[in-house]
Write a protein that binds this ligand. Structure first.
Ligand code: SAM
Ligand code: SF4
Length: 314
């Protein structure tokens, strides 16, 4: 469906839970967040109905995210339902990778085509510190299992945080190229716990591009600038919401676990569809897409989103 600024909205991102088994210091407070009660989150069947409605309006690609999507009971049912919906051409999932040992095969069998796996550091101690308790080896093992069960084109997402992992950029490049993975660096966004962190630890992705002359520009898909590492043939992406605004080409719309449509990641605007079905649901989705804001409200002072990243899913 085309919005009022002539953008074709065909990509839906669904946060299926606000729960997570990690506490990444830039994403969640140490003690976690107040979780939504069970009866306040969309059931797998309702998510199916909502995605069917979105698909009838032109959504072709869906990404499942969280919190951590693999801690949600019913994640496999949700994937199975969505991948079977007419019009949905691609179902993807973003995960911290810690539960892929258990879920990789099930995800593959339920129709998930591609995985993005978050990995900010290759240093075991730093990983534990940054994720407040996560186990790097479990994630590395999960990546390997996902490849073994047939996931291709796996993308590693690393949030670039000055003073934490900017010294690991080359290691992450090498890790990706050695293991047949793609890698993307994401600029730290001043949202939730990152509002304060941002002041001292933001680093523009331009600094990486400039200091790596082997990177050759390949494409821009509306969100990610993609380069090819001429030395290794590895694809390296950069998502730069602060240094390069990409709102004019945005094709995304978001749905939260508690049934809110978020037309823009960094806008306070939300549309409640929790109790809607049938024609009412379709009308609400149409309105939400049409009124998607022209550009995001993100600058060095922070995001205008009324919910944190862990309740949106990135
Ligand atoms: N738990 C899953 C994971 O970590 O991949 C999915 C949800 S997580 C919120 C999605 C992505 O958002 C992750 O890649 C995470 O690193 C990123 N993220 C969280 N807070 C961020 C921030 N303040 N700035 C930039 N990216 C952030
Ligand atoms: Fe959890 Fe993902 Fe946020 Fe880390 S980035 S705390 S894994 S939701």
């Amino acid at each position: 469906m085309i919005d009022q600024y002539q953008r074709n909205i065909d990509y839906l991102r669904i946060s299926i839970t606000d729960k997570c088994n990690m506490r990444c210091f830039y994403c969640m407070p140490e003690n976690g967040v107040n979780h939504l009660e069970h009866d306040k989150i969309l059931s797998p069947e309702h998510i199916k109905e909502i995605v069917e409605a979105f698909a009838s309006l032109g959504i072709k690609k869906v990404r499942i995210t969280g919190g951590e999507p693999l801690v949600r009971n019913g994640v496999i049912d949700i994937c199975r339902y969505i991948s079977a919906i007419k019009g949905i051409e691609e179902l993807c999932l973003t995960t911290n990778g810690s539960l892929l040992d258990k879920y990789a095969t099930l995800l593959k069998d339920s129709g998930v085509k591609r995985l993005n796996i978050s990995l900010d550091t290759l240093d075991e101690k730093k990983y534990r510190l940054m994720s407040r308790g996560g186990d790097l080896n479990k994630v590395l093992n999960g990546i390997k299992i996902a490849q073994d069960v047939g996931f291709k084109d796996i993308k590693i997402n690393a949030v670039l945080i000055k003073g934490y992992n900017d010294d690991e950029v080359d290691n992450l490049f090498n890790f990706a190229s050695k293991n047949g993975l793609k890698i993307r660096f994401i600029e730290l966004m001043p949202i939730g716990p990152s509002k304060e962190l941002f002041k001292e630890h933001y680093l523009s992705t331009d600094s990486i591009i400039k200091s790596h002359p082997q990177l050759e520009f390949k494409s821009f898909d509306g969100v990610s600038l993609t380069y090819l590492d001429k030395n290794t043939g590895t694809e390296v992406g950069f998502i730069s919401p602060l240094s390069h605004s990409f709102c004019g080409l945005c094709s995304r719309i978001r749905l939260t676990a508690d049934g809110m449509i978020k037309p823009c990641l960094h806008s306070p605007q939300e549309v409640n569809i929790f109790d809607l079905h049938g024609e009412e649901l379709i009308t609400a989705i149409k309105e939400a897409i049409y009124h998607k804001p022209k550009q995001h409200n993100l600058n060095n002072d922070g995001s205008l989103s009324i919910r944190d990243m862990s309740k949106i899913g990135g």
